[in-house]
Structure formats: structure tokens, C-alpha cells
Design a protein around this ligand. Sequence first.
Ligand SMILES: [Zn+2]
Length: 237
Amino acid sequence: MDRTIEQLLEIQDKDIRIFNLKMQIESVPEEKEKVKHLMSEAEDAVTVAKSNYLEIEKNIKEEEIEIASLKEKILNLQGKSASIKKNDEYKALLKEIKQFNEKIELHEDKQLVFWEKLEKSKKSREKATKTLDSTKGRIENSLKDLDTRNENCNMQIKKVREVRKSLTESLPTELFNNYQRLLKRRSSGKIFIKAVVPLQGENCGGCFLKVTPQIKSSLRKSSFGQCENCGVILYLP
Ligand SMILES: [Zn+2]
């Protein structure tokens, strides 16, 4: 293979390398966002667990207040009982006390259920806090890794660019400019489309259309040619 085309292919390889490195750099912010999202999920879980715990604590206190007020009512009634003379009134009073005691029992049962819930909630709160701590550690590492990736890629790009520059120096200017133009025209930000491709049998390696016999014969004479259809630089493999 002709040295010129070899050089051009090497330049194209470097451009592909630079393109891929740039893609890796571009993906860093998005991946950082993903990582940070994991963090906010873990934080949310702790917030939910904490408020759940506080809510149950509040329920227990409410039951306590209710029980205390019922007990006070009973004490009041018991205080009155000494002054009651009539048997009917006394019976009614005892009945009322009994009803209050029954209510207290109901509230105490409810309280027990809340205590159990509180215990479970405490465990899930601890678990969420632990998860958050380990997530924090993991995320710090991931963010550091992403920063390292960024630095490494930039360093690599610098190196590859230097090699590329030395390769371009001895290349015919017109050919190189043509190559640059083709790259710019064909590649978008998301995909790299080669500007130099081999002839594949009778067909262009870029657009896969059959090339004219003139191009084929000119390719045999010189080291490269251009596809009449898509414009890529063709060479004989
Ligand atoms: Zn073509």
C-alpha cells in the first residue's frame, strides 16, 4: 500500500481514537448525574424512615394523653363517690368507671400495636441510614473515578493529537484538506463516519454503490481516488 494512503489511514485511526475519547468525556456529566441521583434516593429513604418513626412516636404519645385523661376522669368519679347517697347513682357511677377502664384498655392495646410498629420502624430507619452511609462512600469513589476518566481522556487526546500532527506534516496539503472537509461533512457529533474507505470489489466502501470503471482503473494507477457518488477517498485494500 502506498505510504500516503497509509499515512492518511493512520490519521483517520487517530481521529477515531480522539472521537471515542471525546465521547467518553461527554458521558461524564450524565454519569455523574446518575450517581448523584442514587445518592438523593438514599437520602429520601432516610427522610421517609425518620418521619415514619416520628409519626409512630406521636401516635404513642396521643394514646398516652388519652389514657391519662381517662384516668383523671376515673379519679374524679372516685372522688365524688363518697358524697353519693343513692344506690342508683352509685351504680351508675361504677358503671361509668367501668366504661372508662374499658376505654383505657382499648387505648393500651392500640399503644402496644404502635410500640411494635415503632420497633420495626427503628430497624428500617437504621437500615436506611446504613445504606445512605455506604452509598455515600460508593458515590464518592464513583465521582472520583469519573474525574479520573475525564483527566485520562484529556491526556490521551493530547498525546494522540501530537502523533496526528506529526503524521499530517508530510501529507499532501490538498489531500489532507479534502479529508478534513469530508470528515466534517459526513460525521455528526454522535457517530464517526470514515472519510477514507477501501474499495470493496467493485463497490465503494462508503456508500456501497458500484464505482465506475474509470475510478477503478485510476485507483490502480494512483494510490487513491474519490467516489463519484458519496465523495469518500477510496483506496485499493
Ligand atoms: Zn461512495
